[in-house]
Design a protein around this ligand. Structure first.
Ligand code: ADP
Length: 447
């Protein structure tokens, strides 16, 4: 039985994990860099331990140190949150070697799904629809010719080790191909230390729809419906909602079934997400990638199902069998999440770290705030810029939207710039309100 979890993360997700662990009666230890010694998580955890200086390579990514801390403090499990070590199979393996439970899937699944070209090939074999393109890595431009003949322009070149929207390049014409290929592989090398790329058809104006799943170590897999994450800037999500306002009942059922098939085909045994691109016109959807971790936007799925995903992650790592069946998972209402980032939307979304001099957090019916900040807290400049997540639930989409607008008006953060003003504009936008928006929404209305 897990009795003490070490949390190898920071910010709001560290707080979220502490809350789940406490409700399960499990002790928590939070690791932190010197830049995070005043964090909210450090205040809320039962114990905390400094693991290094601010740069994440010397602290949050330095996993040998983190495992030593877990051993020294007698933690029997590690939750990696998202980012940092969450999708590092070496870390998951190192935990296992030290007999510490890694709260996430088996390392083999992390490894296979982390290689996006390989993941696509595995999914295709299992009968999951994938975006048409290369069957795996492209070693040279010459190799692209036959594929492009088949799928036609535009295409997108994507790093196989990809994440965070980095290194992707859209190509509309043959004469752009060489430059784009070199750019994508160079950027992939810089960002991920891995220059391998693959290509796929560039789907015009798709929706990004993803299905939340939960699998256990006894072969059971359920899904928690879909999230619509099409409000993105430079391929990074800013606002998410569940369910998707444009996915109909039949498509929802199909997506859920396919997501379960995808998860079962790799023996998935934790919380995870299957990402699809969805073409509104043909109602076709294509597997894009699988994220083998908890995601930032998980609260919208929790709000519409009443299921605590982090608690389930912990219980699954504890070898427990899922005590819910698909038919027990009932969808109720709609939920929207706005990412409140310390960024200046008026100035190209530049990071805006610094001290929060005043803070008024919204509340009331249907409002949830998952945050890592408090008045007087200084957001350090070393990490990602997310300060809080504002989640609004309503009996229907209209009520969720009105609640979100009301909560955004209540939310006051002084001392730093935030994305609150951006979200207020999105919530008033006719295309957003129609639910028909696609991944080009932000570039169309805000650039
Ligand atoms: P990352 O792992 O870097 O986040 P993804 O594969 O999840 O990359 O893609 C991120 C976003 O890029 C998608 O949500 C979508 O907006 C866009 N995208 C990716 N592949 C395609 C494609 N084939 N056609 C159109 N848009 C795409």
């Amino acid at each position: 039985m897990i009795s003490k979890i070490l949390i190898a993360n920071r910010g709001e997700i560290a707080v979220r994990i502490i809350r789940a662990a406490k409700e399960l009666g499990i002790e928590t230890v939070l690791v932190h860099s010197t830049a995070d010694k005043e964090s909210l998580g450090v205040r809320l955890a039962d114990q905390s331990v400094c693991i290094g200086p601010p740069p994440s390579t010397d602290s949050y990514l330095f996993y040998q140190n983190i495992i030593s801390a877990a051993e020294g403090l007698k933690a029997d499990a590690i939750h990696p949150g998202y980012g940092f070590l969450a999708e590092n199979p070496l870390f998951a393996e190192a935990c296992r070697a030290m007999k510490i439970k890694f709260i996430g899937p088996r390392s083999m699944v992390i490894r296979n799904m982390g290689d996006k070209a390989k993941a696509k090939a595995l999914m295709k074999e299992s009968g999951v629809p994938v975006v048409p393109g290369s069957d795996g890595i492209i070693e040279s431009i010459a190799e692209t010719h036959d594929i492009i003949k088949k799928i036609g322009f535009p295409i997108i070149i994507k790093p196989s080790a990809g994440g965070g929207g980095k290194g992707m390049r859209i190509v509309y014409r043959q004469d752009e191909l060489e430059k784009a290929y070199n750019f994508a592989s160079n950027e992939a090398q810089q960002a991920f230390g891995d220059s391998r790329v693959y290509i796929e058809k560039y789907i015009g104006n798709p929706k990004h729809i993803e299905v939340q799943i939960l699998g256990d170590r006894h072969g059971n897999v359920v899904h928690l419906f879909e999230r619509d994450c099409s409000i993105q800037r430079r391929h990074q999500k800013l606002l998410e909602e569940a369910p998707s306002p444009t996915v109909d009942k039949e498509t929802r059922e199909k997506m859920g079934e396919i997501a379960i098939r995808a998860a079962k085909s790799v023996g998935y045994d934790s919380a995870g997400t299957i990402e699809f691109l969805y073409d509104r016109e043909t109602k076709k959807f294509y597997f894009m990638e699988m994220n083998t971790r908890i995601q930032v936007e998980h609260p919208v799925s929790e709000e519409i199902t009443g299921i605590d995903l982090i608690k389930y992650q912990i219980r699954i790592a504890n070898e427990e069998e899922l005590d819910i069946k698909q038919e027990d998972i009932i969808r109720r209402g709609c939920a929207i999440e706005c990412r409140i980032n310390a960024e200046d939307p008026e100035n190209n979304f530049n990071p805006s770290p610094g001290e929060i001099t005043q803070l008024i957090v919204p509340g009331g019916p249907g409002i949830r705030v998952d945050s890592g900040v408090y008045p007087g807290y200084k957001i350090p400049p070393f990490y990602d810029s997310m300060a809080a997540k504002l989640i609004a639930w309503g009996n229907n989409r209209r009520e969720a939207v009105e609640r979100m607008k009301r909560a955004l008006d209540e939310f006051h953060i002084e001392g730093i710039k935030t994305t609150i003003s951006f979200h207020k504009k999105v919530l008033k936008n006719k295309e957003f309100l129609s639910g028909q928006y696609t991944t080009d929404f932000v570039s169309k209305f805000f650039n």
